[in-house]
Design a binder for this molecule. Structure first.
Ligand code: FNR
Length: 387
């Protein structure tokens, strides 16, 4: 099955599964514990239904919107994901270039296998950098300085990874960084010919933005992961988030919240936006889906924060539900990684084209000409309180 025979995100996922060695596929595809939250992120969209209003002139459709001070050509952006080199040799550059071509925002992870500068040089599209507050605050400050110099528009602090989630699929399939072949995964590597071929040509899996710190310590690749893990600071609080916000003068985003209280705190420290997110169900299992947290959080904070829904989106209709319930935009992780694994940059392009077409078709069928016309009158369903 070629990329052009992939008609939706699930088709790209199936193609990614065939192309990747099992440890890499399950690293993308899996979640924490029983993966209840991961499934719920998608299935909770079924609690809402779209209400079309017919006989409006929908001869021209406009998907553009403005979030984080950026004019985007569609209301769907790319979430930060680490170590894209594990999935395709086009790595972060392929994803960032496809995002720019679609006029949307690409988020680069601190855990990326491409540097801040290389992504900036490869694309002129809007970019956000996702950062952690490391024990070594100087490293965090250095990353911010590099982002400023490279022209990144927004900064995003991920707050739901102070402790690593329990991802049993990674252990079951022998996922390591850098990849290592074990008896259990040997067959899978041997049959993923393209992937293994490129690995042999270019085995560079360095975490490009932090590797120099380890080099300074005289460490190798494994030491790099140990170093990063040792830098996660479990003692970080809202005071530290406020400190980080004060270090950055552009749009500032807190990623990974599910409660009204956290949204209020984000407003208090001057954040521009919150990404309502549970890390795609990869961290704490049993957390509600982002889409269920949206209406209560919007009701509580009004328009004091932009709200971005991140998690479980596989269809354009889900994006339309989120926007009708009050989100400013949506964001995806796995869908574009399936695309990357399925066909590099062209695969990410395919994922974004499919979702864009679905959003556009759905918008017109709903009776709206633009994102701005979407509102509460276009959605019905269960609204649960969050406390
Ligand atoms: C992630 N995510 C993530 N988030 C983050 O802030 N920093 C990171 O480095 C990563 N790395 C990462 C790797 C992989 C393989 C995945 C699948 C996810 C979480 C990501 O930004 C996003 O929150 C979720 O992927 C959203 O859920 P969906 O769209 O995958 O369902």
């Amino acid at each position: 099955v070629s990329l052009k025979n992939c008609y939706n995100i699930e088709d790209l996922r199936a193609r990614a599964r065939r192309k990747l060695p099992a440890p890499m596929f399950h690293y993308i595809d899996g979640g924490a514990d029983d993966e209840w939250t991961m499934r719920r992120n998608s299935s909770a969209f079924d609690d809402y239904q779209l209400l079309p209003h017919y006989l409006h002139d929908v001869s021209s459709l406009d998907l553009s919107t403005r979030v984080l001070g950026c004019d985007l050509k569609m209301p769907l952006m790319l979430s930060p994901t680490g170590m894209s080199r594990l999935f395709h040799h086009h790595k972060e550059l392929g994803a960032a270039r496809a995002a720019a071509r679609h006029g949307t925002l690409y988020s680069l992870s601190t855990m990326a296998t491409t540097s801040i500068e290389d992504v900036a040089a490869a694309t002129s599209g809007p970019k956000m950098f996702q950062v952690y507050i490391f024990k070594d605050r100087e490293l965090t400050k250095e990353l911010l300085q590099r982002c400023r110099q490279a022209g990144y528009r927004a900064l995003c602090l991920t707050v739901d990874t102070m402790i690593a989630g329990n991802r049993e699929r990674d252990r079951r399939h022998g996922m390591t960084m850098p990849p290592s072949v074990s008896l259990q995964s040997l067959f899978s590597y041997a049959t993923s010919f393209d992937w293994t071929f490129h690995l042999a040509l270019n085995p560079d899996f360095r975490l490009a933005n932090v590797a120099h710190r380890v080099d300074a310590l005289g460490g190798g690749a494994m030491a790099l992961i140990d170093y990063v893990n040792s830098q996660f600071d479990r003692s970080v609080t809202w005071d530290d988030a406020a400190w980080l916000a004060s270090q950055w003068d552009g749009p500032f985003v807190i990623k990974g919240m599910s409660s009204v209280e956290d949204a209020r705190r984000a407003v208090a420290i001057g954040a521009t936006a919150a990404m309502l997110s549970n890390h795609g169900g990869r961290q704490l299992d049993s957390v509600p889906a982002p889409i269920e947290t949206l209406a209560p959080i919007r009701d509580a904070i009004g328009n004091d924060l932009e709200l971005i829904i991140d998690g479980g989106i596989r269809r354009g209709t889900q994006v339309l539900k989120a926007l009708a319930l009050g989100a400013n935009a949506c964001s995806i992780g796995r869908p574009y990684l399936y695309g990357l694994a399925a066909g590099g940059e062209a695969g990410v392009d395919r994922a974004l084209s499919l979702l864009r077409a679905e959003i556009e078709r759905g918008l017109g069928l709903l009776g709206c000409r633009s994102i701005a016309e979407l509102g509460a009158q276009h959605v019905t369903g269960i609204r649960r309180p969050l406390s």
